[in-house]
Design a protein around this ligand. Structure first.
Ligand SMILES: NC(=O)c1ccc[n+]([C@@H]2O[C@H](COP(=O)([O-])OP(=O)(O)OC[C@H]3O[C@@H](n4cnc5c(N)ncnc54)[C@H](OP(=O)(O)O)[C@@H]3O)[C@@H](O)[C@H]2O)c1
Length: 433
C-alpha cells in the first residue's frame, strides 16, 4: 500500500463537515479506489469551540488557515471557506507557493481569480481542482474538460442555482407569488437570509464564467456577463408561460459565434419539450451543444453537504491517483481572449407582459410602436377584462433584436393606458443555430 494522501482542510461549515463525514464513512472504499488512504492531518476554522457534530480530535488544529496552508503536513489543501478574496484566496495562494495541490468549492474565487490562480498552479506544477464549485455533485467540470474534450462546444445552458429553481418551481406548482415563496424558502433553509447573490443571478454568473472558460478555452472577464435575476417574475408570468408551452428557468447561457462569445444570465422561457425544462426544484443541470457529440445534458443535486462533499472528494481521488490536468484543460497561457457580443445585439423571440387599462385604441398604439421598431407579434393573450383595474396582456414576438425590444418597451411604458413598466422575458431559441 502506498503512502497516504495527506489532506489539510480549511472551513468547517456545511461543506467542510460534510467532507470530513464522507472521508470517514467511505474510508475503506476510497482506499481501495485510490490504492492509498486519504488521511486528514489538519483542520482550520474560525471558532475552535463550536460543536460541529464531528470528532476533530484526530486532526491538528490551526487558528490561521493561511499558516496551515503553508506549514501543515499535507499534500493537498482543501479550501471550503468561501468568498472571492480574503482568507480563501490568501490560503490558496499560500498553498500553491508551498507546492501543495488545492481543492476548492469556491465558485466566486475561481470565477474572478481562476486564471491568475491557475497560472500560479501551472507554474508550481500543482493541481487546482474545483469540481464542487459548479453544480455540486454533477460532474460537469470533468464532463466538459475531459469527457467532451474531442469536441468544439458551441453553446451551453445551465440551471446552476438550486434556490432560484426551487422558487420558480414552487411558484408554478402553487400559483403563489415570488415574495411569498422566497419567504418560505428562507424559512426552510433553501434560501439565505440575504438571498441577493442567488436571486439576482450573481451565483449563476460565477458558475457560468467558469464553464465558459472551460468550454471555449478562453479568459472570461466576469464583468462581461449580462446578469438579470428573478425578482420581477410574477405568478401571472408563470401561468402565461405554461399557457404558451414554456417553463420559466433562470438560465446561464454561454454561446460562441463568429462575433465572439455571449454570456448571459436571465430568466428564460424554455419550451416544455426541451429536457432542461423538466429540471425542477433544487436540482441543477447543464446542457452542452458540441460538434461531434451533439447535445449532452447532466442533471443532479447542485448543493448541500453530501453532494458538494462528493465532488470535493472526487477531486481528492484524482490527486491521489496522480490523475490531474491543467486548470482549464489547457495551460492558462494558451487561453484565448475573444470579443464579447453585447446583450443589445441578442436576437430571439420575446414574451412581454403589459398591465393595461382596457380602453379602445390601446392595442393599436402598442402595435404601432412595435411596427415602428420592426418587431412583429406572433401571439397576444388576455385572460381577464376590467373597466376599472389594469389587466395583464401578453405579447409573444417573432425574432427581434434586444435593442429594438428595449426601445419599444420604453415607448409602450409611456402610453397613458399602460399602468407599469412592461415586463419582458426572453424566449430561449433551443435548437436554433
Ligand atoms: N453549501 C453548499 O451547498 C455549497 C455548494 C457548492 C459550493 N459551496 C461552496 O463551498 C464553500 C463553503 O460553503 P459552506 O456552505 O460550507 O459555507 P459555511 O457553512 O458558511 O462554512 C464556511 C466555513 O468557513 C469558516 N471560515 C470563515 N472564515 C475563516 C477563516 N478566516 N479561516 C478559517 N475558516 C474560516 C467558517 O468558520 P466557523 O464555522 O468557525 O465560523 C465556516 O466553518 C463556499 O465557497 C461555497 O460557495 C457550497
Amino acid at each position: 500500500m502506498s503512502a497516504p494522501l495527506k489532506i489539510a482542510l480549511a472551513g468547517l461549515g456545511t461543506v467542510g463537515v460534510g467532507t470530513l463525514e464522507l472521508l470517514t464513512a467511505q474510508a475503506g472504499l476510497l482506499e481501495r479506489r485510490c490504492g492509498r488512504p486519504l488521511e486528514v492531518t489538519a483542520v482550520s476554522s474560525r471558532d475552535r469551540g463550536r460543536d460541529r457534530g464531528v470528532d476533530l480530535s484526530p486532526y491538528l488544529w490551526f487558528d490561521d488557515a493561511v499558516e496551515m496552508a503553508a506549514i501543515s503536513d499535507a499534500d493537498v489543501i482543501v479550501e471550503l471557506i468561501g468568498g472571492s478574496d480574503g482568507p480563501a484566496k490568501a490560503l490558496t495562494e499560500a498553498a500553491i507557493r508551498a507546492g501543495r495541490h488545492v481543492v476548492t468549492a469556491n465558485k466566486a474565487m475561481i470565477a474572478l481569480h481562476g486564471p491568475e490562480l491557475g497560472a500560479a498552479a501551472d507554474e508550481a506544477g500543482v493541481a487546482l481542482c474545483y469540481e464542487a464549485a459548479v453544480a455540486g455533485a454533477v460532474p460537469v467540470i470533468r464532463a466538459i474538460r475531459e469527457g467532451l474534450a474531442a469536441n468544439r462546444i458551441s453553446r451551453l445552458h445551465g440551471i446552476l442555482n438550486g434556490t432560484c429553481n426551487y422558487i420558480l418551481t414552487t411558484m408554478r406548482e402553487t400559483g403563489r407569488d415570488f415574495d411569498d415563496v422566497l419567504a418560505e424558502a428562507q424559512k426552510l433553509g433553501y434560501a439565505e437570509a440575504d438571498p441577493s447573490f442567488d436571486i439576482d443571478g450573481i451565483d449563476t454568473a460565477h458558475k457560468l464564467a467558469i464553464l465558459a472558460s472551460l468550454a471555449f478555452g478562453t479568459q472570461i472577464d466576469f464583468d462581461d456577463t449580462f446578469v438579470e435575476g428573478i425578482r420581477r417574475i410574477s405568478a401571472d408570468d408563470i401561468a402565461f408561460a405554461s399557457e404558451l408551452g414554456y417553463r420559466i428557468k433562470l438560465l446561464g447561457t454561454a454561446q460562441l459565434s463568429d462575433g465572439g462569445i455571449q454570456l448571459r444570465v436571465h430568466p428564460a422561457m424554455v419550451p416544455l419539450d426541451v429536457p432542461i425544462a423538466a429540471v425542477e426544484g433544487v436540482l441543477n443541470a447543464v446542457e452542452c451543444e458540441s460538434d461531434f457529440a451533439g447535445t449532452t445534458m447532466l442533471e443532479g443535486r447542485g448543493a448541500g453537504a453530501g453532494p458538494t462533499a462528493s465532488a470535493v472528494v472526487g477531486d481528492l481521488i484524482d490527486i491521489a491517483l496522480g490523475r490531474t490536468t491543467p486548470v482549464y484543460g489547457i495551460p492558462v497561457s494558451a487561453l484565448a481572449t475573444l470579443p464579447v457580443v453585447p446583450m443589445d445585439a441578442h436576437v430571439g423571440p420575446y414574451y412581454v407582459r403589459l398591465m393595461v387599462y382596457d380602453k379602445p385604441g390601446v392595442f393599436a398604439d402598442v402595435a404601432a410602436i412595435l411596427r415602428d421598431h420592426e418587431i412583429s407579434m406572433e401571439a397576444v393573450l388576455q385572460r381577464s377584462r376590467s373597466t376599472t383595474e389594469p389587466v395583464p396582456v401578453v405579447l409573444k414576438t417573432h425574432e427581434a433584436r434586444e435593442s429594438a425590444v428595449t426601445d419599444a418597451l420604453a415607448a409602450i411604458g409611456r402610453l397613458a393606458a399602460v399602468s407599469e413598466p412592461p415586463h419582458m422575458i426572453r424566449i430561449e431559441p433551443f435548437g436554433a443555430g
